[in-house]
Design a protein around this ligand. Structure first.
Ligand SMILES: [Mg+2]
Length: 431
């Protein structure tokens, strides 16, 4: 017998279960969890699952999962309308949950989920509780593996923090699958295009004076980004209209321009301001109302010529189906990390296409670029540079479009800086 120890955890490996180095030359001892905080042992579960690595199957098996919680500081505090209406504080950081998966055949995948202002530790804690369900599974069986991990934590619900936690795992599985196929994820999924229309959001927040917004808009366009989004939804809508007019005058008539009220209007304000905005020929009005007000959005979509976009705050496919059924939006804005990963995103994309909707996925361009490229109807992808310090690669923008990288998988590796910003980590399985 051999006892492998790690931190506060220990488990036992029988002689028959000990792997031979000939079969698996990179084998190192089975570990339970390694964390900067004390952990509970996994009571022998790993020993059984490690046994799967040596079954008669030709299929690859997941041998190791690591999770990390990363706190990314922003350059300066960021405010949208939720801050100006007093509902939230300015945002100073983003907390990311990274999942990394390795297989017996030494294939690797990485995915991430994220939270803003609160929820990061909860996502990490939930993922830590369910991650050992992956060990010994065939990484190709994403549908089945997804269901297994989802149901492992289903008593706290199949939306919200629970699905956001497993989103990082699901995205890592898709990254792994595409890397194994030596294809960019967009091509594995079946791309319709090699680039996607893109617009910048990070330059148009409400903490920035209008002169700064105009300057950053010009820089974005010069950098090959195609459109500009402005935050609106201030308590005094005259200030919103003045900012939109200033930027439209600055950019000229031909530049795609969007606005985003971040759910801060009531129905009558949204209709009144929406009518006033018609003259600016906007690509869309985003989140004019509470994210769950499907009926209100449907009225607006019917009453205004400007398309209505919403969906970023929803945390499951089922919630999006309510929007679709109510005909609440012309453009859906799903967020793969928020609705549980790429697997549910693809289900939602099929529904959205069936109903003739456009999509403009929210945030996380590193993931959504691939998903937008594989959507039948010409989509938009949202440009934010906020996550750049976490990765070694940069996405290219040319002639208003973001280019799908030709690197396999999602096409990114994480930076040394990401290591420095890691506040907690744990691992499962065999290194
Ligand atoms: Mg938005």
């Amino acid at each position: 017998m051999r006892r492998a120890r790690s931190g506060h955890c220990a488990t036992t490996v029988s002689a028959e279960q000990q792997p031979s180095r000939q079969m698996f030359p990179k084998m190192v001892p089975v570990v339970t969890q390694i964390s900067r905080r004390p952990q509970c042992p996994l009571s022998g579960k790993l020993i059984t699952q490690a046994g799967y690595l040596y079954d008669e199957s030709m299929n690859d098996r997941i041998r190791h999962v690591s999770l990390s919680s990363v706190v990314l500081p922003l350059d300066h505090p960021v405010s949208d309308a939720k801050v100006l209406t007093g509902r939230q504080r300015p945002m100073t950081e983003i907390v990311l949950l990274f999942a990394e998966i390795a297989t017996r055949d030494d294939q690797h995948g990485i995915g991430f989920s994220y939270s803003k202002r609160a929820g990061g530790p909860a996502q990490y804690a939930h993922a830590k509780e369910v991650a050992d369900n992956l060990l010994g599974e065939d990484p190709s069986d994403i549908g089945r593996v997804y269901e297994k991990v989802l149901w492992a934590g289903a008593s706290v619900g199949r939306s919200g923090v629970a699905t956001q936690a497993i989103a990082a795992i699901d995205i890592a599985l898709w990254d792994l699958k595409a890397k194994r196929a030596k294809l960019p994820l967009a091509k594995l999924l079946g791309a319709y295009r090699d680039s996607v229309r893109t617009y910048n959001t990070s330059g148009g927040f409400l903490h920035a004076p209008i002169e700064e917004v105009k300057e950053r808009a010009s820089k974005s366009l010069a950098a090959g980004i195609g459109g500009i989004k402005l935050k609106v939804g201030q308590p005094d809508s005259r200030m919103d209209l003045a900012r939109v007019r200033a930027v439209r005058d600055h950019l000229g008539a031909g530049v795609p321009l969007m606005v985003d009220a971040n759910q801060q209007w009531d129905r009558s304000t949204a209709l009144r301001v929406g009518r006033a905005l018609e003259e600016f020929d906007l690509v869309w009005i985003e989140e004019p109302l509470d994210a769950y007000d499907a009926e209100g959005h449907a009225h607006l979509a019917a009453d205004l010529d400007t398309p209505i976009a919403t969906g970023e705050m929803l945390t499951s496919v089922a919630e999006h189906v309510r929007l679709i059924d109510a005909r609440a939006a012309d453009i859906l804005q799903p967020d793969a990390p928020r609705i549980g990963g790429i697997t549910p995103f693809l289900r939602l994309a099929a529904l959205a296409d069936h109903h003739g909707l456009q999509v403009a996925p929210h945030f996380a361009m590193e993931i959504h670029l691939h998903l937008a490229a594989a959507y039948p109807r010409e989509p938009w992808v949202e440009h934010f540079e906020w996550l750049d310090p976490l990765f070694n690669e940069r996405l290219e923008t040319v002639d208003g479009r973001m280019l799908v990288p030709d690197r396999p998988g999602l096409g990114f590796t994480t930076s040394e800086q990401r290591e420095a910003w890691t506040v907690d980590s744990c691992e499962f399985g065999i290194r």
